[in-house]
Design a protein around this ligand. Structure first.
Ligand SMILES: O=c1[nH]cnc2c1ncn2[C@H]1C[C@H](O)[C@@H](CO)O1
Ligand SMILES: [Zn+2]
Length: 357
């Protein structure tokens, strides 16, 4: 069985990781003290436990309430820059070689930052993080995904922001937040605008709500990837031990739509009680384009290494499964094809070959 140390040493790819869901507890404490924002705990250890427990209710809406505290810690350019730098350094130390950090700039304007200033602060922090990680021998490429909050009044403003910073650290767009009651089609004008401009986007869908949400994300909005997407199992029937795919499940699989699966996070928001009952294994076995992600390292008390460790322990995942899902993720990255393939060829494949030898 693969140990945590071996998993950590292997190259991993993080496509779905929220910038405001992965802060170091000590940074939350420091920034919130400066901002005068009260917190429910006083030490990094207590705060880490508080986040995990508060997020572990089985409800996405309650899970999302915990972000009040991290968002309060990210309201100045300096705070955003540091959080972005630490995001990259921490991922790189965990063996992540490519990461996309998603966050919603509209939630970070309380102290007077403009949307552009906020995106630039994160851009600069990501660049510092990449330099710092490389200096420590952990090379990583990091980009940002600009997110719209789905309960907000849909506008084109955030999609336009993403487009303005394309090729300047922004690689894509996303919508996040409560899913039930806020279907992806509300943002159809933003997605149309991005399509017209040939820009990539992913959509959180099939996490807390089922097939109608996934269908809209894929067929109405044209999502390049699905954030979670795990409720696609609701369109799969097991009859006499063999799987029958409904039309939507078949489309998602056959069109190779990448699923940004985040096992620990999904358990906390109610997909199943135990990892053994999580659909990730079935989806992988059926040939869906599965990728493995943390979603929110702070709220789920996890890392990419930990997510894989749990999959190894629960489903006996081996090097083939790790390499497959890592290459799936790298090929689904919102990065130019030649850059993706060079990371696959020069970083991922050789490391897994060496681990086998
Ligand atoms: O898993 C999630 N589903 C829906 N929304 C989420 C999830 N994780 C984080 N968010 C929200 C809370 C953050 O403030 C926002 C932007 O990162 O995205
Ligand atoms: Zn998410």
């Amino acid at each position: 069985m693969l140990s945590a140390d071996v998993i950590r040493s292997l190259p991993k790819v993080a496509l779905h990781d929220h910038l405001d869901g992965g802060l170091r507890p000590a940074t939350v404490l420091e920034h919130c003290a400066e901002a005068g924002h009260p917190l429910p705990a006083e030490t990094p250890e207590e705060l880490a436990t508080w986040f995990y427990e508060a997020a572990d209710s089985g409800s996405l809406v309650r899970y999302l309430e915990t972000f009040d505290h991290t968002i309060a810690a990210m309201q100045t350019a300096e705070h955003l820059r540091r959080v972005a730098r630490e995001f990259v350094v921490d991922q790189a130390a965990d063996g992540v070689v490519y990461a996309e950090a998603r966050w919603a700039p509209e939630q970070h304007l309380r102290n007077g930052l403009t949307l552009d200033e906020a995106v630039e602060a994160v851009r600069d922090g990501l660049a510092e993080g990449m330099r710092e990680a490389a200096g420590r021998g952990n090379k990583i490429v990091a980009r940002q995904i600009v997110t719209s909050m789905r309960h907000a009044e849909p506008t084109l403003e955030i999609a336009e922001l993403a487009l303005r910073y394309r090729d300047d650290s922004v690689c894509g767009f996303d919508i996040a937040g409560a899913e039930d009651g806020f279907p992806p089609s509300r943002f159809a004008p933003a997605f149309d605008f991005l399509k017209r401009n040939n820009m990539f986007f992913t959509i959180h869908a099939g996490e807390a709500f089922g097939l109608p949400s996934i269908w809209e994300a894929v067929q109405v909005c044209g999502a390049d990837r699905l954030g979670h997407g795990v409720r696609i199992v609701e369109d799969i029937e097991i009859v006499d031990g063999s799987a029958r795919l409904g039309r939507l499940a078949a489309y998602v699989r056959d069109a190779r739509i990448p699923l940004e699966v985040a096992p620990s996070s999904n358990l906390q928001t109610g997909i199943a009680d135990e990892l053994a009952d999580h659909p990730v294994e079935l989806l992988k076995d059926l040939g869906f384009n599965v990728t493995v992600n943390c979603d929110n390292r702070l709220m789920s008390a996890t890392t990419m290494t930990r997510e894989y460790e749990r999959l190894v322990e629960t489903f006996n995942w081996d090097l083939d499964d790790l390499e497959l899902t890592t290459i799936n993720a790298m090929r689904a990255a919102f990065l130019p094809h030649d850059q993706r393939e060079s990371i696959v060829r020069e970083v991922i494949r050789p490391a897994y070959a060496a681990a086998r030898a």
